[in-house]
Ligand binder design. Structure first.
Ligand code: ARG
Length: 465
């Protein structure tokens, strides 16, 4: 009997809910994270009802006080959540009625859990999103710091994970900074698009009470209201948008993780990750494993999985609300937690990375990474680039046979292959010259990388979450 009495919608039912059905259908363990947003939404709704003459001032006073008292209990961890009450909305409403009497029931006038839950989730994601924006900025600042601190360090640039051309480590780091800057832009657009109020849409068709949707929207800090009441309660694009942002950001973190895993391996030896962010092995005493990078790379799978899960949940739903949509929260809450922790781990880990410039430079100088420059040298002397490519290819073959580098091959030997080669060729084969020669806009030359650093600093300074 107990649970039937608690069911706010129980009037038309004569039998109890099956125990498994009750737990299977309940979402409170997950959606109680939106409790404070639920209270904010209720206060805005009740204030509007009063302004519209639907509640008296005294009624609003008790509802308001009751909700604030509940908020305090929740914040103090003293609120007793009850699965029998299904979700966060009914838990709070039930408690309010217990505290202030039948008046608590008036709060739900001109409102449905359908517009309520859509409102709560938008408010919750707005707050979480702003927090993530700040954390994303911290990671970008850490990357810029690292790029600035190691300005001038040359490393190999890769394509197909084969040494391609030498680059500045700072150039490589600033490429990640550019990705995270796009993520920040994506997040801010997602939050702007999301910031419209579904409250007042009722179950689906609106309400006959003379409510003021613009007033509640304004009080809750929304930019405006969602026009169509059916769209307001059935739309979960904002969650998909948010999960897309989370997934793409995780993919970026995952790619960076993959690089750091490679770079910190014995074979590369480009960096040493801080002890604070690595772990040992229970059997091999010498091991230092890049666990955090691996875990972030691994967790990217579940964040992208949550995006896929919700896309699949939504794809067949007729308008308007369907219980399927209750599945929207678990994935997005998990994605928020994962992105947030990953970003926090990255900001501290980046600050503790030790760079082995000598190893990077040695690797950059090997494997004929200056071959393109020799071809460019010939092209500048008038040889069509395709022919220059072929000449250098033949020189590389000679070097491979003799086990030497291009720059250590005597000029006279080079001249046998192409008479265009003169003694000034050594200048263009030197590693630093090779890097600084790539001074086209956005290239790897120091002056261009410095521009990127400067622009990133300017962007970070004006960003406001
Ligand atoms: N717990 C529900 C959810 O998260 C709230 C909305 C329930 N509405 C309903 N008509 N059953 O989706």
């Amino acid at each position: 009997m107990k649970s039937r009495q608690k069911r706010i919608w129980g009037g038309r039912f004569t039998e109890d809910t099956d125990a498994l059905v009750q737990t299977f259908g309940a979402s409170v363990d997950i959606d109680k994270r939106m409790a404070l947003e639920d209270i904010d939404g209720s206060i805005a709704h009740a204030s509007m009802l009063m302004a519209q003459g639907i509640l008296t001032e005294e009624e609003l006073g008790s509802i308001h006080a009751g909700l604030e008292a509940i908020r305090e209990d929740i914040l103090a961890g003293e609120f007793a959540w009850d699965v029998a009450l299904e979700d966060v909305h009914m838990n709070i409403e039930h408690e309010l009625t217990k505290r202030i009497g039948p008046l608590g029931g008036k709060l739900h006038t001109a409102r449905s859990r359908n517009d309520q839950v859509a409102t709560d989730l938008r408010l919750w994601l707005r707050r979480a999103g702003r927090q993530i924006g700040i954390e994303l900025r911290t990671v970008r600042a850490a990357l810029v710091d690292l790029a600035e601190a190691h300005m001038g360090v040359i490393m190999p640039g890769y394509t197909h994970l084969q040494v391609a051309q030498p680059i500045l480590l700072s150039h490589h780091l600033m490429a990640y900074c550019a990705m995270f800057s796009r993520d920040a832009e994506r997040l801010s657009q997602t939050l702007a698009r999301m910031n419209y109020s579904p409250l007042g849409a009722g179950a689906l068709a609106g309400t006959g009470f003379s409510i003021d949707r613009h007033a509640t929207a304004h009080q809750l800090g929304f930019e405006g209201v969602i026009l169509n009441s059916m769209d307001a309660v059935s739309d979960r694009d904002f969650v998909l948008d948010f999960l897309s942002f989370c997934s793409i950001t995780m993919v970026h973190l995952s790619r960076l993780s993959e690089e750091l895993i490679l770079w910190s391996s014995q074979e590369f030896g480009f960096v040493t990750l801080p002890d604070s962010h690595t772990t040992g092995s229970s059997i091999m005493p010498q091991k230092k494993n890049p666990d955090m990078c691996e875990l972030i790379r691994g967790k990217t799978g579940r964040v992208c999985g949550s995006l896929m899960a919700l896309l699949m949940t939504m794809k067949g739903l007729p308008l308007t609300y369907n219980k399927d949509m209750q599945e929207d929260k678990e994935g997005v809450f998990d994605a928020v937690d994962t992105v947030q922790s990953s970003l926090r781990i990255y900001s501290s880990m980046l600050a503790g990375i030790e760079v082995h410039a000598d190893r990077m430079r040695a690797a950059a100088g090997a494997a004929f990474s200056n071959a393109t420059d020799l071809a460019d040298y010939l092209a500048r002397k008038g040889l069509p680039f395709r022919e220059a490519h072929d000449v250098v290819g033949r020189l590389v073959a000679i070097c491979l046979e003799e086990g030497v580098s291009l720059e250590s091959l005597p000029v006279e030997r080079m001249q046998v292959v192409s008479a265009l080669i003169e003694s000034d060729v050594v200048d263009c084969l030197h590693l630093d010259a090779v890097v600084n020669a790539r001074n086209s806009f956005g290239g790897t030359a120091a002056i261009e990388v410095e521009r990127q650093i400067e622009l990133a600093r300017e962007e970070l300074a004006v960003e406001d979450w």
